[in-house]
Write a protein that binds this ligand. Structure first.
Ligand code: ASP
Length: 313
């Protein structure tokens, strides 16, 4: 049975400069880290793949597929909350530490957008496919496109939203849950995956940070990897995952790199108290870090000793 350590650290934008952080260092590989509570089952699956001799790329894909498959998850996969027109559109990206990347955005009816992103990476000369083009590519690859239907839970929530149709694209702790998952194998190879239904009740066609390489996800075996969750527009403006990796490249610990990325977002958005962004990072030494603007960001860490650290900030 896994031993879970529950640690809490109080942060928040107002106290960014002086926040005390409790770090759980891990130099034991394989290492898997991912966002939010659903990170726990995703990490377990990723680690299982690695223990069974799968590649780190298999591990990150299969890990997030657990969450994509969950019909009760309102922010990842086909169970996600729809856009303002009642249509679920999905974004996903995948990247390996040798700078290969694939992503899809604004896709409908695809059960596992992360697998489609991987196919873009491995079976095309491109990095990103969008909308109907990505869906056509999926069909060509033998993926069955599901009819556009909402889960009961998502429909009820959307119908409730329709009563007011109050479009305020602010992400608070109840309104987001992208899964971003980073992993490193015993040889130090890294990969990452990020998949989401994006901002609930967004304008049809809106794409967030999750499928944009450098924004929602970035991986470089020489340095480390980072992934983000939260209000995607703010992450897009700052390329926060890329920024965190580049901070590690010049010597930052992953924790310092995450803090630098969040500080950049805060410094560029005077309304930072109104939204949430969380970021995770790992480095080539197997250390990890996490930071967020607001309290309430949770994430899961799991390593070779099956010790899961589940942080609550
Ligand atoms: N980052 C995602 C987006 O803006 C939302 C999330 O983290 O749930 O689409």
């Amino acid at each position: 049975m896994n031993r879970r350590t529950f640690i809490s650290a109080s942060v928040g934008a107002a106290t960014l400069a002086s926040a005390q952080h409790i770090l759980a260092e891990s130099t034991r590989t394989p290492l898997v880290i991912s966002t939010w509570d659903h990170g726990l089952p995703a990490n377990s699956e990723a680690l299982r793949i690695l223990h069974n001799g799968g590649s780190v790329l298999d591990a990150v894909e299969r890990g997030v597929m657990v969450v994509e498959s969950d019909p009760n998850n309102l922010s990842v996969g086909l169970g996600g909350l729809p856009d303002r027109d009642g249509i679920v559109t999905l974004d996903a990206s995948i990247m390996t530490g040798d700078c290969r990347a694939g992503s899809v955005c604004f896709v409908q009816g695809i059960t596992h957008p992360i697998s489609l992103a991987r196919m873009v990476m491995e079976r095309t000369p491109h990095v990103m496919l969008v909308g109907s083009g990505a869906e056509r590519f999926a069909r060509e690859q033998g993926i069955t496109q599901q009819p556009n239907s909402l889960t009961r839970q998502a429909r009820v929530a959307w119908e409730e939203w329709c009563k007011e149709k109050n479009y305020s694209p602010v992400i608070n702790i109840e309104n987001h849950d992208t899964i971003g998952l980073l992993a490193m194998d015993n040889a130090g190879a890294m990969a990452g995956a990020c998949t989401t239904s994006g901002l609930a009740y967004k304008i049809h066609g809106r794409v967030g940070d999750s499928p944009i390489i450098g924004a929602g996800l970035y991986v470089d075996n020489e340095v480390g990897a980072a992934t983000c969750t939260g209000l995607g527009e703010t992450v897009l403006r700052t390329l926060a995952s890329f920024l965190a990796v580049e901070r590690m490249r010049i010597g930052d610990h992953p924790q310092a790199a995450c803090e630098a990325a969040i500080k950049r977002i805060v410094s560029k958005h005077s309304n930072y108290r109104e939204f949430q962004v969380g970021i995770l990072a790992i480095d080539a030494a197997g250390r990890h870090g996490a930071f967020s603007i607001q309290k309430g960001f949770t994430y899961a860490v799991q390593d070779n000793l099956k010790e899961a650290a589940y942080y609550v900030k």
